[in-house]
Design a protein around this ligand. Structure first.
Ligand code: COA
Length: 248
């Protein structure tokens, strides 16, 4: 388990915490692998009744590590990100998110696989895929329009317009907005509430509500194919270089 992901089990709740604060919890390939394992192992563990995804105060997750994107564009890195996307889509346990601050790219799109989202005041959600020469992932091209409507989804996913937390709440992405210091506690309380319910009934209700998993998996497959092409595009390579050049 890399230091930058901490997995703890607390009375029926598995907490998967991204912990790379110096990079705003941008996800590296080892972090993806650790999160995938933590999700997958939880599926067959009957003692785990709810999973909580968390980051830190100020930053939930700044998206995939752009350095890894660059390496993949050069063909130097096999992606384990895709395994995480499938694990999210196939996950059968209730998923709560504690969003303590900024959520970029996958930091936002993973939330559309969650069942209950608590976010800090001032949080901004953004998915600058097209600005990076990329396209939406994690089945967000399917799930986001379904959840918040096409025009809001287009502004977020294609125009790259940030979605402030209050708008995200109105749009149905976020349940509760609290001070950053209270995010973990409020999310954990919701997770405990879910964990205290009859697990079989919760699992079946969730399955019925989340619709056809195969459709979600197929969308991920299609997105991944195009995403890989986009990673190697001139547009994407230029955007990655510009990101790392911005402070020089
Ligand atoms: N990949 C790699 N490094 C990242 C990163 C990412 N996705 N997001 C942040 N970082 C790094 C920064 O390069 C910086 O590293 P440095 O201190 O060595 O220079 C560090 O994290 C802190 O980020 P910084 O930009 O100084 O913080 P900020 O508060 O000014 O801005 C963000 C935070 C998230 C808005 C900004 O870092 C950003 O836009 N990151 C890219 C997000 C992104 O495009 N993700 C991919 C989406 S598909």
């Amino acid at each position: 388990m890399p230091d930058s992901v901490a997995v703890t089990d607390d009375t029926g709740i598995r907490i998967i915490r991204m912990d790379r604060p110096e990079k705003k919890n941008a996800l590296t390939q080892p972090m993806y692998a650790a999160m995938t394992a933590a999700l997958n192992e939880a599926q067959t563990d009957v003692t785990i009744r709810c999973i909580m995804l968390a980051g830190g105060p100020g930053a939930f997750c700044a998206g995939s590590d752009i350095g890894d994107f660059q390496k993949r564009a050069e063909g130097g890195l096999e992606s384990v990100t895709v395994d995480f996307l499938y694990a999210l889509a196939r996950n059968q346990k209730p998923l709560v998110a504690a969003v303590g601050g900024l959520a970029v790219g996958i930091g936002t799109t993973m939330l559309f696989h969650c069942d209950h989202v608590v976010a800090a005041t001032g949080t901004v959600f953004s998915t600058p895929f097209t600005r990076l020469g990329l396209i939406p992932e994690a089945a967000s091209s399917l799930l986001v329009p379904l959840r918040i409507g096409h025009t809001r989804a287009f502004a977020l996913l294609v125009m790259g317009r940030p979605l402030p937390v209050e708008e995200a709440k109105n749009a149905g992405l976020v349940n509760t907005v609290v001070d950053a210091a209270a995010v973990d506690e409020v999310a954990l309380k919701a997770a405990r509430e879910i964990a205290a319910l009859p697990a079989g009934a919760v699992a079946m209700a969730r399955k019925l509500m989340r619709g056809n998993v195969d459709d979600v998996v197929l969308q991920i497959e299609t997105e991944v194919k195009h995403f890989q092409e986009r990673l190697r595009s001139d547009e994407a390579r230029a955007a990655f270089a510009a990101f790392f050049a911005r402070k020089r």
